[in-house]
Design a protein around this ligand. Structure first.
Ligand code: IDP
Ligand code: MG
Length: 144
């Protein structure tokens, strides 16, 4: 997900570019203002944290771009593309390491396990909004 700060800072294309060029496949994509109900579910694991209210307020404050991304080791690779949660610790070359300074304005979200990916996808997308397709470069990305 490109969070509202990423959208406002004109970084949607930059994020998508990095995902596509890595060889991962975007199979669903939407811009919208996330509902409070969805945001509360999405960040439920953080409901007892002191930053929870400001996080939910922020994520619902303006449009964000949600995506479903597939590919080999997609969860681990997406988290590496994004970089560490606190941008001060994020490697240069990652999105947060290149474009962010503050944990509360860290531009992107990615699921932290296949199980959380499944849970989060169900919050944000209907089955019919997810496209199954082959990318023409797949044999050049994956050894078969
Ligand atoms: P992640 O986005 O790298 O998975 P999580 O620990 O799951 O990081 O936290 C979710 C989001 O909550 C972070 O991306 C960040 O925007 C926000 N957050 C996490 N920790 C803090 C904090 O200590 N202060 C303010 N916001 C935080
Ligand atoms: Mg997380």
């Amino acid at each position: 997900m490109v969070k509202p700060d990423g959208v406002q800072r004109g970084l949607v294309g930059e994020v998508i570019n990095r995902i596509e060029k890595r060889g991962l496949k975007i199979v669903a994509l939407r811009m919208n203002i996330i509902s409070r109900e969805s945001a509360l579910k999405h960040y439920a694991e953080h409901s007892q944290k002191p930053f929870f209210k400001s996080l939910v307020d922020f994520i619902t404050s303006a449009p964000s771009v949600s995506m479903v991304v597939e590919g080999k080791n997609a969860v681990a690779v997406m988290r590496a593309i994004n970089g560490a949660t606190n941008p001060a610790n994020a490697a240069t070359g990652s999105i947060r390491g290149d474009f962010a300074l503050d944990t509360g304005r860290n531009i992107v979200h990615a699921s932290d396990s296949p199980e959380s990916a499944k849970r989060e996808i169900e919050i944000h997308f209907k089955e019919s909004e997810i496209a199954g397709y082959s990318r023409i470069d797949e044999t050049w990305v994956y050894e078969t």
